[in-house]
Design a protein around this ligand. Structure first.
Ligand SMILES: Cc1ncc(C[n+]2csc(CCOP(=O)(O)OP(=O)(O)O)c2C)c(N)n1
Ligand SMILES: [Mg+2]
Length: 366
C-alpha cells in the first residue's frame, strides 16, 4: 500500500495537521531563506544566459524540501548533497560570494575551480564534495555514518538524492548496508517527478520511493515536499531516530522541478505545460507566505525588504567574484598529495612557466 502523504500545510496555506515546534524568529528566517534561494536561482540563471557562468541547475519549486531538511539537521551533522542542495550550505553559513566564486571557478572558489559549476560543497559547513555520477553520495553518507557509529560520535549523515538516483545501484548498496548495520543516516529523496526527461512513472514500478525502505528493513516516510512543516517534522524524526541508535530512515519529499533539469535543458520538449501550471498551485513559497501572514509572523513589507536586501547581497557578491583572477596554475597540482611526487613537481614547474609565457628546457615529464 502506498504510504500516505504527510502534510501539515495544505496548498492554500491552511494547517491540516499539528505543526512542528518552531520559534517565531526561525519561521521568519526560514521564509527569508526560501525567498533567498528563489531570487538567487533567477539571478544565477540569468548570469548563465549571459555567458558569465557556464552551467546552473535551479531548485525553484523545491525550496521547502531543501530548507526544511537543512533546518531539521543539527550543526554537527554531515551533509552529502546532490545537484539541488546548495541551499543547505547557504543555510549553514556558506556565503553567496563563495557560491558565485564556485560557479565561476575562480581563485575565491573553495573548491579551487575543480568542480563543475553548481557541484558545490563547503567543508566549513560540513557539506561534502560530490560527483556528477548519480547516487554515489549515498554510499559516502552511509560510509561516514558507519565511521560515526564505530567512533561513537553523535553525528547523523544526510544523503540527498533525486528520484532518478533512487534507481541507482549505489542507492541499493547504501540503503542495504545502512539497514544491516543500523547506521545513523537519513536518506532524503527530493522526488521532483523527473530525472532530466524521464518521468517518475518510467523510473520505477514501486508505489512510492518511500516504500523502497521496507526492503532494507527501515522506515520510509512520504511527505509533501512543498510543505515546509511536513518536511521539518519528518526529517527531525529521522534525525532523532538516527542519533538515538534507531538506524536509518528514507524520507521522500514529493515536490516538482519547476524549471529545466539544468541550464542545458529545455523541458518544453518533453513536458506538458499544464502539469507545470498544476504544480504552480502547490508552490511552497506561496503557501508558507499565506500561513505566516495569517498568524502575524510576516508583516507588510517584509518580503519586499528582504528581496531588496538579497538582491543587493547578490549584486555585491557577483561584482566581487567577477573581479577575482582564476585560481593560480599551481592549484592544479597542490592540495592532492601531502608530499608532491617529483614528476608532478616538474610538471608544475613547466605549467607555471607556460602560464607566464616562458620556455622550459627539457621534455614535459609524464
Ligand atoms: C550514473 C549516472 N547516470 C546518468 C547520469 C546523467 N544524469 C545526470 S542528472 C540525471 C538525472 C537525475 O535525476 P534525479 O536523480 O531525479 O535528480 P534531479 O536532477 O531531478 O534533482 C542523469 C540521468 C549521471 N550523471 N550519472
Ligand atoms: Mg528528479
Amino acid at each position: 500500500m502506498t504510504a500516505p502523504l504527510q502534510r501539515v500545510l495544505d496548498p492554500e496555506g491552511r494547517l491540516v495537521g499539528p505543526a512542528p515546534e518552531i520559534p517565531r524568529e526561525d519561521l521568519r528566517r526560514l521564509y527569508r531563506h526560501i525567498v533567498r534561494m528563489r531570487v538567487l536561482d533567477q539571478r544565477m540563471l540569468s548570469l548563465q544566459r549571459q555567458g558569465r557562468v557556464g552551467f546552473y541547475g535551479t531548485a525553484t519549486g523545491q525550496e521547502a524540501a531543501i530548507t526544511g531538511s537543512a533546518y531539521a539537521l543539527r550543526e554537527g551533522d554531515w551533509v552529502f548533497p546532490a545537484l539541488r542542495e546548495m541551499g543547505v550550505s547557504l543555510w549553514r553559513g556558506t556565503t553567496v560570494r563563495e557560491m558565485v566564486c564556485q560557479l565561476i571557478g575562480n581563485s575565491g572558489d573553495l573548491l579551487l575551480g575543480r568542480q563543475m559549476p553548481c557541484h558545490f560543497s563547503d567543508r566549513g559547513v560540513r557539506t561534502v564534495s560530490w560527483s556528477s555520477v548519480i547516487g554515489t553520495q549515498l554510499v559516502h553518507a552511509m560510509g561516514a555514518a558507519w565511521a560515526a557509529k564505530i567512533r561513537k560520535d553523535d553525528v547523523v549523515c544526510a544523503g540527498f538524492m533525486g528520484d532518478g538516483a533512487s534507481s541507482s545501484a549505489d542507492f541499493h548498496a547504501a540503503a542495504n548496508f545502512a539497514g544491516v548495520f543500523r547506521l545513523p543516516v537519513v536518506f532524503i529523496c527530493q522526488n521532483n517527478q523527473w530525472a532530466i526527461s524521464v518521468p517518475l512513472a518510467m523510473q520505477t514500478a514501486a508505489e512510492s520511493i518511500a516504500a523502497k525502505a521496507a526492503a532494507y528493513g527501515f522506515p520510509g516516510a512520504r511527505v509533501d515536499g512543498n510543505d515546509l512543516f511536513a518536511v521539518i517534522a519528518a526529517v527531525r524524526e529521522a534525525v532523532g531516530r538516527a542519533s538515538s541508535g534507531g538506524g536509518p530512515t528514507l524520507v521522500e519529499c514529493v515536490t516538482f522541478r519547476m524549471g529545466g533539469h539544468s541550464s542545458s535543458d529545455d523541458p518544453t520538449r518533453y513536458r506538458d505545460p499544464a502539469l507545470v501550471s498544476d504544480w504552480e498551485r502547490q508552490d511552497p513559497q506561496r503557501r508558507l507566505r499565506t500561513h505566516l501572514t495569517g498568524v502575524g509572523a510576516l508583516g507588510a513589507g517584509d518580503e519586499e525588504r528582504w528581496t531588496q536586501e538579497i538582491n543587493d547581497e547578490i549584486g555585491a557578491a557577483v561584482q566581487e567574484a567577477e573581479a577575482l583572477p582564476p585560481p593560480p596554475i599551481e592549484s592544479m597540482f597542490t592540495d592532492v598529495y601531502r608530499e608532491m611526487p617529483r614528476h608532478l613537481q616538474e610538471q608544475m614547474r613547466h605549467a607555471v612557466a607556460m602560464g607566464e609565457g616562458r620556455k622550459v628546457e627539457g621534455a614535459f615529464p609524464l
